[in-house]
Write a protein that binds this ligand. Structure first.
Ligand SMILES: [Zn+2]
Length: 114
């Protein structure tokens, strides 16, 4: 997976600079599908443990915005090795490839349970 860096503004900084790893659309669609199936197997305690009592986690909450600044996945670029080396000790997470135009309504059927 390729590391990418957030280019959204954050507080007084020109660029947020948070590193994520880039994932493609099939990856996030599979991730959400797997969560939908797994969530149905969980009892209330299990759902509470994952912090998803009312419904499983969704793509828009996990892969469309920066974990630090909340900025759009559309404003990321490939990170350099030096930028990646500077995040030692940090946890990085996935974010949808910035070249992918994804809208929540693209999923459709999952909204039936809202
Ligand atoms: Zn950011």
């Amino acid at each position: 997976m390729k590391n990418v860096i957030c280019q959204n503004k954050f507080l007084d900084k020109e660029h947020c600079g948070w590193i994520h790893f880039k994932v493609d659309l099939p990856y996030v669609l599979n991730w959400e599908s797997d969560w939908n199936r797994y969530w149905l197997t969980l009892d209330e305690k299990g759902k509470e443990m994952f912090g998803c009592i009312l419904r499983p986690p969704r793509i828009e909450e996990n892969y469309l915005s920066c974990n630090r600044c909340g900025g759009s996945h559309k404003n990321f670029r490939d990170a350099t090795d030096e930028e990646y080396d500077n995040i030692y000790g940090s946890t990085i997470s996935g974010i949808l490839d910035s070249t992918v135009d994804f809208e929540v309504r693209d999923i459709g059927p999952r909204r039936k349970n809202d």
